[in-house]
Design a protein. Structure first.
Ligand code: FE2
Length: 300
């Protein structure tokens, strides 16, 4: 039997540990514990001799106090310090939650990202929140979104069903960027009962003019079930690793496939996908067991 004092101590103790756990999940893990997540792989049919370091930033979700322009600028400096050949941005620049103390304007986060530098360039795709927070684009059911315009304004190309050919040490390869798969919100007035995407995987890959390797950028990982073997590596974000992840399991994942594409390096049928746990968060300002991460991927 538990004594009254023991009961109070237990309740008090769990209350205190609840408070410190929430402080950790709301304050410390989201804000302070950013780390570099490193992968090194030689994907199938990757040309011998093409050594490539790709650094990726996903799901920035700019907002105050969590992801200020100052913090984004310092993340950009951290990314540059990894000396990548190429930097890619995997979408969701705008706020993903209303639990904020202030908004960050599109021009502000874009300006903070303009400090990114890599010899082969910086390339981006858009995420669902870049569409969802853009009232004009929702109404028009078409881009260009404010996010696209802001990125282009600071000189960062945005690939929406588009490709770019790059070269390193005389070896060519392609970056293909998919348009967002959940761009338009459901809208009863327009008889749209689910989300509508603008992604065109076949059309995008059809723009690749030769047999050189392809790296595909796709904000939501769910497209991976349709990605052909021809693509050497797919990079995604969107899931935030579920934001809460314990023992390699995420209870809540915004994916039709649950934990299958929630986080990390997935290999299926000789095809490679890397899902970043991202940097910010959506819905709730919480992260637990999925520290904010900058991806560094060494290919070759
Ligand atoms: Fe997303």
């Amino acid at each position: 039997m538990i004594t009254r004092r023991g009961f109070l101590r237990l309740v008090g103790g769990s209350f205190l540990s609840m408070v410190s756990l929430s402080a950790y999940a709301i304050g410390i893990e989201p804000m302070l514990l950013t780390h570099v997540k490193r992968y090194a792989l030689t994907p199938p049919h990757w040309p011998a001799g093409l050594k490539l370091r790709v650094v990726a930033l996903a799901d920035i979700h700019a907002c105050r106090p969590w992801m200020t322009p100052e913090r984004i600028a310092s993340l950009a400096a951290e990314a540059n310090a990894l000396q990548p050949d190429l930097i890619v941005l995997l979408g969701d620049y705008t706020a993903g939650t209303r639990l904020v103390t202030g908004w960050v304007r599109v021009a502000e986060w874009a300006e903070a990202l303009s400090g990114l530098e890599a010899p082969l360039g910086v390339f981006s795709i858009l995420g669902n929140h870049d569409w969802w927070t853009d009232i004009r684009a929702q109404r028009a059911e078409a881009g260009p979104t404010q996010s696209r315009q802001a990125l282009e304004h600071v000189g960062i190309p945005v690939l929406e069903n588009d490709v770019v050919r790059l070269e390193k040490d005389g070896q060519g390869f392609w970056i293909a960027g998919l348009a967002d798969q959940l761009a338009l919100l459901p809208n009863k007035a327009k008889a749209r009962h689910g989300f509508q995407g603008f992604d065109d995987l076949d059309g995008t890959l059809a723009k690749v003019a030769n047999s050189e390797p392809i790296i595909l950028l796709a904000h939501e990982p769910d497209i991976f079930t349709k990605v052909p073997w021809r693509v050497s590596l797919t990079l995604s974000g969107h899931t935030h690793g579920g934001q809460v992840r314990l023992f390699g399991y995420s209870p809540v994942v915004p994916s039709a496939y649950g934990n299958r594409f929630a986080y990390g390096h997935v290999v299926e049928n000789d095809r490679n996908l890397i899902v970043s746990g991202g940097l910010g968060f959506s819905i709730m300002p919480v992260r637990f067991g999925v520290r904010p991460e900058i991806l560094q991927i060494d290919l070759g």
